[in-house]
Design a protein. Structure first.
Length: 450
C-alpha cells in the first residue's frame, strides 16, 4: 500500500505521541513557555490573554467567564472525567478491584497524602495558608509516568501498574479534599438539581442506555452546570459523571470472534480487485463489523481511549500554560524560602517518599501485601521519589485553596521547584542504583573468572 504524505505525517505523529514520556515532556515545555512569557516584556499579554472574558451560549442562555476559569473549571472537568473513568476501571477489574490488590497502593497513597499534608501544616501553622495543606498531597500521574518512562527497565511493568493505582487512589483523595474542604458555599437548590441529573444518568446506565450523546448532554447541560451554580467545584461533575458510564459489553468475546471470522470470509469472497470502490455487499459487511465492534467493547474504555490524547496533549498542556506563568517580582530565593513554598517542597520531596515507602514497608513486613513483581526496595523508593512530582493537581488545589495572589504565586513557585527537585532526584537515584548494579555484576563476573 502506497503511503500518502498525510499518512506519513500521521504515522510520525502517532509514533511520537505513543512514546511513554511524550506527554510529560510536553508539560515541561509548557511550563517553561509559561514562565518565560510571564517574566518577559510581554507579561501583560499573558495576564490579558488568560483573563479575557469568553462567552459560551446564546442570548438568554449563556455563561461569560475569563478564559482562565473556562480552562480550570470547564476543560479540567474533562480531565477529571478521565480520572473518574480510570478510578472506575481500577475498581472494576484493575489494581483496586480486590482487597488484596488494592491494599498496598491504597495504603501507600494514604501515606503519600498524610505525611506531605502534615509537613506543610507544620510549616504554615497559624498563618493565612495553613488550610492549604492539600497542595502537596497529589501526584501528577502524567508527568511522573512520562519521566519514569525515560528510566527504562529499572522500573518494572508491575511497579508502573502499582504507581498508576497509587496515583489513582491519590487523585481520589485530592477529589475528596476539594469536595469537603475547598467548597466555600453551597446552594442547596442547585445541588439538589445536580443530584437529580446524576440519578438520571445512573438509571440510564441501569436501563442499558449506551449512547454517549445522552450522557454528554445530561452530564454537561445538567450535572456540570448545576454543580457550577451550587458552589461545589464543577470539575467534580466530571468524576461523578464518569462513574455512570456503562462498563459492560453487549457482545461477548467468543460470539464476536465467531461473527468476525464469518464476515471476514464473506468479505474475502466478494473481493474483486477491479477498482477502489467497494461493492454494496462489502459495505454491508463492514457496517456489521463496525456495529458489532462497538457492542463488543465497553463505552467506558472506548470513551477513555478517545479522550486520553485530547486530555494529555491539549487540556493538560493548556492548563500548564495558563497556571504555571508565575511572575517573579523581587528575590526568587525569598519566594522559595517562604513557609508556603518550603512546606510544599518538604511535602512533595520528602513527605511523598517517606509516606509511600514507609507504609509500604509496614504492609509488606507484616505480610499484608507483597512487593510488586520485578521490584525491590530500591526501585520502590525511586518511585516514591518520582511521586513527589505534584504539578497538575497541586496547581489545581492551590488555585482553590489560596485566594491571595501574592501567596498563590509563592505556592506555584514551590510546586514547580518541588516537582523539579523530585524529578532530578528520581533520575539521580535510578542512575546510582543502576551503576551499582552494573558494578556488582562486573565484580561477580571477575570472581567467577578467577
Amino acid at each position: 500500500m502506497t503511503l500518502t504524505p498525510a499518512d506519513k505525517l500521521n504515522n510520525a505523529l502517532t509514533a511520537l505521541f505513543n512514546r511513554s514520556y511524550a506527554n510529560g515532556l510536553l508539560l515541561l515545555v509548557m511550563v517553561i513557555i509559561a514562565m518565560v512569557w510571564a517574566n518577559s516584556s510581554f507579561h501583560e499579554s499573558y495576564e490579558h490573554f488568560f483573563h479575557a472574558d469568553f462567552t459560551i451560549g446564546f442570548e438568554g442562555f449563556s455563561l461569560t467567564e475569563p478564559l482562565h476559569i473556562w480552562i480550570n473549571d470547564g476543560l479540567m472537568a474533562v480531565f477529571f472525567f478521565t480520572i473518574g473513568l480510570e478510578i472506575k476501571k481500577e475498581f472494576l477489574e484493575g489494581e483496586l478491584s480486590t482487597i488484596k490488590k488494592a491494599a498496598l497502593p491504597i495504603v501507600a497513597a494514604i501515606g503519600g497524602m498524610v505525611v506531605p499534608a502534615l509537613l506543610f501544616f507544620s510549616f504554615n501553622y497559624g498563618t493565612e495558608a495553613q488550610n492549604a495543606w492539600g497542595i502537596p498531597m497529589a501526584t501528577d500521574i502524567a508527568f511522573t509516568l512520562g519521566l519514569i518512562g525515560l528510566v527504562g527497565t529499572a522500573v518494572s511493568d508491575k511497579l508502573k501498574v502499582f504507581l498508576t493505582a497509587l496515583a489513582t487512589a491519590d487523585d481520589l483523595g485530592a477529589i475528596l479534599v476539594i469536595a469537603f474542604f475547598l467548597t466555600p458555599f453551597i446552594d442547596m437548590q442547585s445541588l439538589i438539581a445536580g443530584g437529580i441529573y446524576l440519578i438520571v444518568m445512573i438509571l440510564a446506565n441501569y436501563l442499558g442506555v449506551r449512547n454517549m450523546w445522552f450522557y454528554i448532554i445530561v452530564g454537561v447541560l445538567g450535572l456540570w452546570i448545576a454543580l457550577l451554580l451550587s458552589g461545589i467545584h464543577a470539575t467534580l461533575a466530571g468524576v461523578l459523571g464518569a462513574l455512570t458510564i456503562p462498563a459492560n459489553r453487549k457482545l461477548k468475546e467468543q460470539h464476536y470472534q465467531e461473527k468476525l471470522k464469518t464476515w471476514v470470509a464473506e468479505f474475502d469472497d466478494t473481493c474483486t480487485d477491479t477498482n477502489n470502490l467497494l461493492t454494496h455487499k462489502q459495505e454491508e459487511i463492514l457496517s456489521k463489523i463496525h456495529k458489532s465492534t462497538k457492542r463488543a467493547g465497553t463505552p467506558l474504555q472506548r470513551v477513555e481511549h478517545k479522550l486520553s490524547p485530547f486530555v494529555n496533549y491539549a487540556i493538560l498542556p493548556l492548563f500548564a500554560l495558563a497556571n504555571a506563568g508565575v511572575r517573579i517580582e523581587g528575590n526568587f530565593m525569598d519566594m522559595v524560602l517562604h513557609p508556603i513554598s518550603l512546606g510544599i517542597i518538604a511535602g512533595l520531596v520528602l513527605g511523598k517518599v517517606i509516606g509511600i515507602t514507609g507504609l509500604s514497608y509496614i504492609m509488606i513486613k507484616l505480610k499484608l501485601s507483597e512487593m510488586p513483581v520485578g521490584a525491590n526496595w530500591k526501585s520502590l523508593t525511586g518511585v516514591g521519589i518520582f511521586a513527589g512530582i505534584g504539578f497538575t493537581m497541586s496547581l489545581f488545589i492551590a488555585e482553590l485553596a489560596i485566594k491571595n495572589e501574592e501567596l498563590l504565586g509563592i505556592a506555584k513557585v514551590g510546586i514547580i521547584t518541588a516537582s523539579l527537585i523530585a524529578s532530578l532526584l528520581g533520575f539521580a537515584w535510578f542512575a546510582i542504583i543502576k551503576n551499582k548494579t552494573i558494578t556488582h555484576s562486573e565484580t561477580t563476573a571477575k570472581k567467577i573468572e578467577q
